[in-house]
Design a protein around this ligand. Sequence first.
Ligand SMILES: C[S@@+](CC[C@H](N)C(=O)[O-])C[C@H]1O[C@@H](n2cnc3c(N)ncnc32)[C@H](O)[C@@H]1O
Length: 258
Amino acid sequence: MTERPRDDSGKKHELDDIERIASRVPGWLSRLEGELLYSLALGAPAHGCIVEIGSWQGKSTIWLAAGARSGRGARVIAVDPHRDTRFHADGEDTEVALRKNLAAAGLSHQIDVVVATSERAVEGWKQPISLLWIDGDHEYESVKRDFLLWEKHVVEGGMVALHDTLYWEGPARVVSEFLQPLRRYSDLSFVDTITFATKRQDPTLAQLLSKRKAILHRHVYAVRAAAAPDPFHVATLFDGLARLRRIRVPLRWRSPDR
Ligand SMILES: C[S@@+](CC[C@H](N)C(=O)[O-])C[C@H]1O[C@@H](n2cnc3c(N)ncnc32)[C@H](O)[C@@H]1O
């Protein structure tokens, strides 16, 4: 019996549509990174929500919510104070633009916009988190605080992903000081400047060994990236690898309720 070729054209159209919408939103995210967030949200376990720290005007929020909508319908909680941060000019406020962009994308119903700092929003937090996306203040102490305050709510089999882990010292240090050494994080991987890993209390030996390999791999990737003339050139340099990883993400996802 011959195997029928897989028809991925529907998915490709969907991703093209999201890219069209997301590319109109000001922000900092490559298409590959957006597609990664989409796949992570698509596979996120249903019993947890997706938390985004740092929404700006909604570029990454749109990719996450679109993935959740096509997957198991997890809610996206988008946390950002929207004013008075190092990203905002005096008097600038990004909340209205965020809400407008989410509505234009037809995704408002999937997202709870929380106008607060991450440290404020986590007070009294009780909900399980299936995917934690950290893209808030990029200073080391802030990224470390975001990681430590929120990761304890991530469920077994859930994921943590951090942005800008190649060129920004804060997120890069948090990856090397926490995500890499912590035994409860395995299946470490990366796409462009995002590093992500799965939380598991009892990783197998194979998972731990594969994490060691990924750390080595990531080190080579970071050295190559540092030599790249501009941040997104690295996406081209590693296009083959990134594509391979992109395909592997949904396949590698092994949530406990599957
Ligand atoms: C790099 S931008 C986020 C970009 C966005 N994810 C995108 O895809 O375009 C960083 C965001 O972090 C937010 N931020 C700064 N300090 C924060 C804090 N303490 N808690 C939550 N968000 C914070 C800023 O308001 C800003 O919108």
